[in-house]
Design a protein around this ligand. Structure first.
Ligand code: CTP
Length: 399
């Protein structure tokens, strides 16, 4: 997949810079032409010569050094690249990319490129969790950059936490996906629902659940990366709208979600229902704020429509994917849902397991197929899981 591809690897001043050496070796092994660009501080950690020997290309460290051939170097790099990888990426380079600063060869080339850019952050846990860094990362994602999640563990600074450079093998998987597979959903129309629904009680109160929307948004981002035409129908979340969508539709209640999903159902080839739809809503909505009384209060609830079940009844060409959050008899309950709702596959998580389910960035799931077979997946980020789910969908579409 990487044979003959031109990959620009930007190395910045993190202690993990030495791990990028292994990344160059793996990229070369797969046949990529690798051009390393180092920031000045990166050269304090590893010598350019190391990267030069392994990549077989002179390393660029200075925007104004005499070029080997006469061309505007940052523009030529930007144009030639099939992919930019910034690994490791410091908080500093992330902030510069987010601000559009172009004061060295790496930042100037990134600003000038139309190729995909993969950012692999590695830094101290507090720098990573700092709201400024987090906002910069969200902003980059919003603008279409791919950003990998750092790993948790012991960091070079002595702290324990999030910020470790991922294993080069894992980075390679993402690179291959971005360069190689990126079109396996081309011409496919994918409808994804995400987040919770809100069922109003009165003008200031509502019933909802703990869904953050992260899984559905990760699926939407991943499907766009693979060339799909994606509509994301989302309940209220705090997440930035993914870049490159065909349509983004914000909804509030299960009823709103149902109307939008049914409207676009005939358009879609694949429907992935990652939303946590409230099963019940208040029977009566009070136009006025309900005042407290001394007595107990009883709130009567009525059932919401089961959107996925209705889709299962209407389905013709569409491939239907459901999610299930279970706490016990996981396989039996999920298989029952798959059959009742006429699904092609169902992704089920045990929400009681640590690192699975609501609000976290990782998930531990099992995928259950129509024939009753079950695949158990290890703990992984929601973005990685999104790609595994899409891999399975592509397999079914091709079979
Ligand atoms: N779903 C839906 N409409 C609903 C409830 C659920 O479309 N009113 C979808 C969800 O988006 C999910 C799947 O159905 O893909 C399973 O949701 P879940 O809440 O786990 O299952 P339920 O069928 O609601 O059953 P229970 O709450 O009893 O586990």
């Amino acid at each position: 997949m990487l044979q003959g591809k031109f990959v620009v690897l930007g190395v910045t001043g993190s202690i993990a810079a030495y791990k990028a050496v292994e990344l160059v070796r793996l990229l070369k092994k797969k046949g990529a032409n690798v051009q390393v660009v180092m920031t000045r501080s990166a050269t304090e950690f590893v010598t350019p010569l190391t990267f030069q020997v392994l990549s077989g290309n002179p390393v660029i460290t200075d925007m104004f050094e005499k070029p080997v051939r006469w061309e505007v170097e940052h523009v030529s790099l930007a144009d030639k690249a099939d992919l930019f990888v910034v690994a490791p990426a410091t908080a500093n380079i992330i902030a510069k990319m987010a601000a559009g600063i172009a004061d060295d060869m790496l930042t100037a080339s990134i600003l000038a490129t139309r190729a995909k850019v993969l950012v692999v952050p590695a830094m101290n846990v507090h720098m990573y969790c700092n709201p400024i860094t987090q906002e910069n990362i969200s902003y980059l994602k919003e603008k279409g950059f791919s950003v990998m999640e750092p790993e948790e563990g012991f960091l070079a600074c002595g702290y324990l936490g999030k910020g470790r450079f991922p294993e080069p093998d894992k980075i390679m998987e993402v690179i291959e996906r971005l360069v190689g597979n990126s079109n396996d959903l081309k011409n496919k129309r994918i409808l994804i629902t995400a987040g919770p629904t809100r069922e109003p009680i009165d003008p200031v109160r509502f019933i909802s659940n703990r869904s953050s929307g992260k899984m559905g948004y990760a699926l939407a981002e991943a499907a766009v990366e693979r060339g799909g035409e994606v509509i994301l129908i989302s309940g209220p979340t705090c997440l930035p709208q993914p870049a490159g969508l065909f349509k983004y539709i914000a909804v509030e209640t299960a009823q709103d979600m149902k109307e939008q999903v049914l409207k676009f159902f005939p358009w879609s080839d694949v429907v992935i229902k990652a939303a946590a739809v409230a099963d019940y809503k208040p029977k009566c909505y009070s136009e006025r704020k309900i005042k407290k009384k001394d007595s107990e209060m009883v709130l009567e609830l009525t059932k919401n429509p089961d959107i996925l079940k209705e889709l299962g009844e209407k389905k013709d060409k569409q491939l239907l994917v459901g999610f299930a959050a279970e706490t016990d008899e996981i396989k039996e309950n999920a298989l029952e849902k798959l059959r009742q709702k006429n699904l092609d596959l169902i992704v089920v998580n045990d929400v009681t397991a640590e690192g699975a389910g609501f609000e976290v960035d990782t998930n531990i799931v099992k995928i259950i197929y129509k024939d009753g077979s079950m695949e158990e997946l290890p703990k992984m980020t929601k973005k990685d899981l999104a790609h595994v789910i899409l891999d399975r969908i592509v397999q079914i579409l091709r079979s």
